[in-house]
Design a protein around this ligand. Structure first.
Ligand code: MTE
Length: 336
């Protein structure tokens, strides 16, 4: 077993300052303090990564806070065991027990337990803004109206770890075409549910809740961009962003916003939670790019959950051929 220390991903002084931050700070306005201390993919609780380190897809590891056994799925619906690059699927146990969902906790291992029992019904997603057919979808309608397909994608967290996940979902573009964007719509803004009574993290005022993310309209319309309602052939569990979350596989994981209740077509570039919290560290684009380090660590390599050692990070997370044209002529260092 190889233990992964927090310092491997988060430099020690940052880790320490975060600890100080967590201990010392009360309810104060966000801004430079938070930005100096926090990372978009956490960094607390890295220690038990090794619990999943040698577990191939479909095998069981000791995961006391795992979902109910009856909810477990061991195979993606179509039976594939690898992505198009031949990389093995990450185990269901790791995907559902090693989570970033700050509304519940900043500890990855605590999210599954704290999210258990999260109210998923009724749930509606309101799609509006600069559209000709604004509409509020019940989650069951979303599942029925848009055929669910399986998409096996790599998920690369900005913090330096990655997974291969068999999502179930449908292209966001199909939904956007239904609501018919007006010509002035240039961006899409997404919002997570605000429910502090069920989401303990939202009671802390470290972050400017609710969690918000955004995409350029052409990024949102790209066929790789999906709204996911499931993984491993089953409906999403709360810790993974049930009942519906975004998945944008060529961008760092924090762009893939969970538990969405609102989607707006807008004219101006939205300010995401992470742009507001740490503007000098997180930009709007967040495309996976091994050549552009995070201000506090390199992005050249990553730890694939389930593997020993590190592997090189691929430009656009390996989806360069499909998405590079979206950024033709753009300076990807300036637009990080
Ligand atoms: N969405 C919300 N609402 N809140 C979050 O804290 N974390 C993001 C993203 N979406 C987050 C979120 C980050 S940092 C990552 S890496 C992915 O979700 C993790 O998704 P997973 O837990 O399903 O692997």
């Amino acid at each position: 077993m190889v233990r992964i220390r927090s310092s491997e991903i988060t430099p020690e002084h940052v880790y320490r300052s975060r600890r100080r931050f967590m201990k010392g700070i009360g309810a104060i306005a966000l801004g430079s303090v938070a930005s100096a201390a926090l990372t978009a993919c956490g960094g607390l609780g890295q220690d038990d990564l090794d619990r999943f380190a040698a577990a191939p897809a479909g095998t069981s590891v000791a995961a006391p806070e795992d979902a109910a056994a009856g909810e477990r799925a061991q195979q993606p619906s179509a039976g594939q065991t690898a992505d198009e690059l031949g990389d093995a699927l990450t185990s269901f146990e790791a995907i559902t027990n090693y989570n970033n969902f700050y509304e519940f906790s900043m500890s990855k291992e605590a999210v599954a337990r704290l999210a258990r029992g999260f109210t998923l019904s009724p749930w509606t997603v309101t799609v509006g803004g600069l559209v000709n057919n604004p509409r509020t979808y019940d989650i069951d309608d979303l599942r029925k109206l848009f055929p669910q397909e399986e998409r096996i994608y790599r998920l690369r967290c900005v913090e330096g770890w990655s997974m291969v996940i068999p999502w179930l979902g449908f292209p966001l573009g199909a939904l956007l075409r239904e609501v018919d964007p007006q010509s002035g719509a240039k961006y899409v803004r997404f919002e997570t549910v605000m429910r502090p009574e069920e989401m303990p993290g939202q009671r802390d005022r470290y972050f400017p809740w609710p969690y918000v993310e955004g995409l350029r309209l052409d990024e949102a319309m790209h066929n790789l961009t999906i709204l996911s309602t499931g993984l491993y052939g089953k409906q999403l569990l709360p810790q993974n962003g049930a009942p519906v979350r975004l998945v944008v596989p060529w961008k760092y994981g924090f762009k893939s916003i969970k538990s969405i209740v609102k989607i707006d077509l807008v004219a101006e570039q939205p300010t995401s939670l992470w742009m507001a919290a740490a503007p000098h560290e997180y930009g709007f684009y967040a495309n996976v790019n091994p050549d552009v380090p995070h201000p506090r660590w390199s992005q050249a390599t990553e730890r694939r959950i389930g593997e020993m050692g590190r592997r090189p990070t691929l430009r656009f997370n390996g989806y360069e051929e499909e998405v590079a044209a979206l950024y033709a002529g753009m300076d990807l260092r300036a637009n990080y």
